[in-house]
Design a protein. Structure first.
Lengths: 327, 358, 270
């Protein structure tokens, strides 16, 4: 019986991790749909956002390390700390600025290139942003605290103990993260379905030329989706940064979102959501049952192998239609 | 006026199909080989060998390998690091299990084993295309690294989890292990580079190469004119992995001497080799060399400039280097998506016509 | 293009059947693209398939070249029933084709593109290719010579080493024909070989098609919209409309058929 509850707990934890995967995957899907860019930099974007948030909150001088090295000075900090809300707002502005820069300096010059070239450009972008984040704010591991509750939820444990005779250990941060992520997912879906900008975005996704001909500004749409992706990255960065510190490994969540995309399809919003949940739950349960037999750390590859096997048998993904090839 | 093809007549299809159709290019090629064999071994020192020349040679092999798969056959792979690890661990197991057999044979066998693993992970390419396949190759990357990390048999149950290359000799001269000299390491790598580049050139200019390129450019049309996608794609995975496996074996046995899988063959290695072929030029053997040279030399240059010249701390220099590498990739893709090879070809085109504008 | 180029119907009828299509039906999901069509292609003839847009002509060609497998019906080639085959296996039987939207290998030179047409004739093993010695080199040179003859025939010597991506449309069409010819096929399928061409280019292409048929004796099945061209080139014509066959015979017979006239003038279907 205990074993079953254990599994149920693992299942719940997986579900909550899955929501985070869905969120990051959604960032990918939005950019892919609107611009055909498979944005590998999504994870580094989250790292960069989290670094910037911590830096602004704690009043760090940007590029302090570089300035000190060049001018022999010893600047470190402005000596203030900002309230979380203000810091988040400023970070959002930074991410929008970054979106504009990316559009102007990179994407604009790559219009019409093959998708694979665009993909590789975002890998270059990921390297650049990783270096930039480190140069701007330093590479040491930082703690991020914007006031989200942390620690094991006593109430959940108490309630479940009373109901099942078994207390579920669930982190309060996970509960919050799940709720915020679910809200954000809902908001994004609503945005793309019901607002004018969302419709324009979908029009661009369907057909660039046709969208241009009815007066939609590609530039605006691209900056918009990259800003949204930056915002999604910020939210993901806050959650994961709060949980395990702001450090390089944070950028690896993007790698977790990739198999989600394979499973759900690069263009499907429901695919990203359901795919995220399946992979979140699947990898936790696999690690729980099979991990101990093979030395653990199966989360490193389970999602990929699952997605791979799934695609071999169903190349169109979870929600894709059967592909009819033409010549 | 000197660099030209006028007067250099071809009287048969054999001459027309040769690798260097222009006489000056042929001479330059022979001169390069002469310098590489007759001069470099006598002047090479440990610093140059370990900082520049050995990584250049070894990554050239890996880049040629990936270029066969991605540049010629059009199948993007992000699993290069994992396949290099297969080569490294295969050669390690062979070296320690059969010490009496020549290391050269071990390295070739390691390439063969990697080719088999590559074909296995290439199977999904028959069903999955484009980005989906690129992401699927990450499965190979993560799974293989995990496997070599978690199964002690692969690292002979060593306490550190590392693999360490024992001393092995070729013609009485140590090429691996701590006793190996810089010239010996250089010559064995050079030998592999020379033979493998020649094989790659032959395979890409003939029937197989055309099948690969046909699949790359338009897979459906290729199948309808008679290319079997199964054999074309799997042969590309096999040949590519053979090269990459040998590169991994040399990287571990000759260059590093000791390796830990996550560190030496992580996903960054996959990207590094991918960058080499993008910057060098997809679908070009010359480009593979150019890209490898560029990405091996640039960090050395930047490091010397920033830490040596400007006196910056090494961590700051490393971060700035990341930014510069990333920016270079983007700039290259914007300015010349076909890489250094195309720039080189254009320059030669100009030179051929010089001093006339057309 | 004189009337002399068109073989007498009586002569065609005595020739052996090269390809026989029996009761072909092809569906995509619920849509029937081809409905129970039968016709044959005889050796040495030029067979045209015509019909309005969406009539199922290209699907028919795709069935012949093995790209689509029909749900019902039989395909007979050279007196043998063809089992379910992959497209590359069909190519090896001696069927080559061109495509409506040019399907050349854009990253390769004209020469390499045409050489791909001879892939099935090159048997050198992997090792021979790797060391470029023996069979591989010999084959390369022999096949290069064959390809050069086709290059001469189609008058594209000067663009031999140009990457295909840089060629204008008309030349691409010609290179695609060259690639198909390089296979020395028994049956050559041409999907709208003259689409988007000006009058001069059409005349050139018609001349090449007739020459191929004359000089190499290649059997040709083609889809074409230009009625003048079809009537001049072909020996027999199949007319399709909405996936059905509505006419089959010599150009003169087809031109006189009421069903065909209705289809082209758009009489309401009942």
């Amino acid at each position: 019986m205990d074993q079953l509850f254990f599994a149920a707990e693992v299942f719940l934890n997986g579900l909550m991790t899955g929501v985070m995967y869905s969120l990051v995957a959604l960032g990918f899907v939005l950019i892919f749909k609107a611009s055909g860019v498979f944005n590998y930099a999504q994870g580094v974007l989250a790292l960069f956002a989290a670094l910037t948030l911590v830096g602004i909150q704690q009043g760090q001088v940007p590029f302090a390390h570089l300035i000190n090295a060049i001018f022999g000075t010893h600047v470190e900090s402005f000596g203030w700390t900002l309230p979380s809300i203000a810091a988040i707002a400023l970070t959002v502005l930074v991410m929008i600025g970054l979106a504009i820069l990316i559009e102007t300096l990179v994407l604009k010059h790559l219009v019409g290139q093959e998708p694979i070239i665009l993909f590789m450009a975002t890998i270059g972008l990921a390297y650049f942003l990783e270096g930039l984040g480190d140069v701007m704010w330093g590479a040491d591991i930082k703690t991020l605290d914007v006031g989200l509750p942390q620690g094991i939820s006593d109430s959940v444990e108490a309630v479940t103990a009373e109901w099942f005779g078994y207390g579920f250990f669930i982190d309060r941060l996970d509960i919050w993260a799940t709720m915020i992520a679910a809200l954000l997912v809902a908001a994004l879906v609503a945005f793309s379905q019901y607002t004018k900008q969302g419709r324009a975005m979908r029009a661009v996704a369907d057909d660039h030329q046709a969208a241009l001909s009815v007066g939609i500004s590609l530039r605006f749409i691209w900056i918009m989706v990259w800003s949204i992706a930056g915002f999604v990255a910020l939210v993901a960065g806050i959650m994961w940064g709060t949980k395990s510190g702001v450090q390089f490994s944070l950028s690896l969540i993007a790698l977790k979102a990739l198999p989600v995309l394979m499973l759900g399809g690069f263009t499907s919003i429901p695919g990203a959501i359901v795919g995220g949940l399946i992979i979140g739950v699947g990898e936790k349960l696999f690690e729980f049952w099979v991990g101990p037999l093979v030395g653990g750390a199966t989360e490193n590859w389970f999602a990929y192998v699952l997605a791979l096997l799934f695609l071999v048998f169903r190349p169109q993904g979870l929600f894709g239609e059967k592909i009819i090839e033409r010549v | 006026m000197i660099y030209r093809e006028a007067g250099d007549f071809k009287t048969g299809y054999r001459e027309d199909g040769q690798t260097f159709p222009i006489r000056l290019d042929r001479w330059a090629y022979y001169a390069l080989i002469a310098v590489a064999v007759l001069v470099v071994p006598f002047v090479i020192d440990d610093y140059w060998a370990s900082a520049v020349i050995l990584p250049f040679l070894i990554y050239s092999i890996a880049a040629i390998g990936l270029n066969i798969l991605t540049g010629y056959a059009g199948q993007v792979s992000l699993g290069t690091g994992g396949f290099m690890a297969v080569g490294a661990y295969a050669v390690y197991k062979l070296m320690t299990a059969f010490p009496e057999i020549s290391i050269v044979i071990h390295i070739l066998l390691a390439g063969g084993i990697t080719a088999l693993v590559g074909m296995l992970f290439g199977l999904p390419s028959l069903r999955i295309k484009g980005f989906y396949l690129a992401v699927a190759t990450l499965a190979a990357q993560f799974f293989l690294v995990w496997l070599f990390n978690k199964v002690p048999w692969f690292y002979n149950y060593s306490a550190s989890g590392q693999i360490t290359a024992p001393t092995r000799t070729v013609l009485g001269e140590a090429v691996t292990g701590p006793a190996a000299s810089a010239p010996a390491k250089y010559l064995i790598c050079l030998g592999f580079v020379f033979v493998l580049a020649w094989l790659a050139r032959n395979l890409t200019r003939g029937t197989l190469g055309r099948k690969w390129m046909a699949i790359r450019d338009m897979d459906i049309a290729a199948e309808i004119i008679g290319v079997n996608p199964l054999t074309a794609k799997l042969s590309a995975f096999a040949v590519s992995s053979f090269f990459v496996g040998i590169a991994g074996a040399l990287l571990f046995a000759v260059y590093l001497g000791a390796a830990e899988v996550g560190e030496a063959f992580g996903i960054n290695k996959s990207f590094l080799v991918l960058f080499m072929i993008i910057i060098g030029g997809l679908g070009s053997i010359f480009g593979s060399f150019a890209g490898a040279a560029f990405l091996v030399l640039m960090p050395v240059f930047l490091k010397n400039l920033m830490t040596g010249g400007l006196g910056w701390p090494t961590d700051l220099a490393a971060h700035v280097e990341l930014m510069i590498v990333g920016a270079m990739i983007v700039i290259f893709l914007i300015a010349e998506p076909h890489g250094i090879a195309r720039l080189w070809a254009l320059a030669k085109e100009k030179l051929r016509l010089w001093p006339f504008p057309h | 293009m004189s009337e002399a180029a068109v073989l007498d119907a009586a002569i065609v009828d005595t020739r052996p059947v090269l390809m026989d299509l029996k009761n072909i039906t092809l569906r995509f999901g619920g849509v029937e693209a081809i409905k129970n069509i039968s016709f044959d292609i005889r050796e040495g003839e030029i067979r045209a398939i015509i019909g309005p847009n969406g009539a199922g002509k290209s699907s028919m060609l795709n069935v012949i070249s093995g790209f689509y497998i029909p749900q019902e019906g039989e395909v007979w080639f050279r007196g043998e029933k063809r089992g379910p085959m992959k497209p590359y296996q069909v190519a090896r039987l001696g069927i080559a084709r061109t495509f409506q939207n040019i399907a050349l290998f854009e990253g390769m030179s004209v020469l390499d593109n045409i050489m791909t047409g001879r892939l099935n004739r090159m048997k050198a093993g992997f090792l021979s290719q790797a060391i470029w010695w023996g069979a591989a080199e010999r084959e390369e040179i022999e096949n290069r010579a064959a390809v050069e003859r086709i290059i001469d025939f189609l008058e594209i010597q000067n663009i031999r080493k140009t990457p295909v991506g840089r060629l204008p449309y008309g030349l691409k069409k010609r290179v695609e024909l060259a690639r198909a010819l390089a296979a020395e096929p028994q049956l050559l399928l041409l999907d709208e070989p003259m689409a988007g061409m000006n009058v001069e280019e059409k005349e050139d292409m018609s001349r090449f098609i007739l020459d191929v048929n004359d000089e190499f004796g290649t059997t040709i099945a083609l889809i074409e919209h230009d009625m003048g061209v079809v009537m001049d080139l072909s020996d027999r014509v199949v007319v399709m409309d909405y996936g059905r066959k509505i006419g089959d015979g010599t150009p003169a017979e087809v031109r006189a058929s009421q069903a065909v006239i209705d289809a082209y003038l758009g009489v309401a279907h009942d």
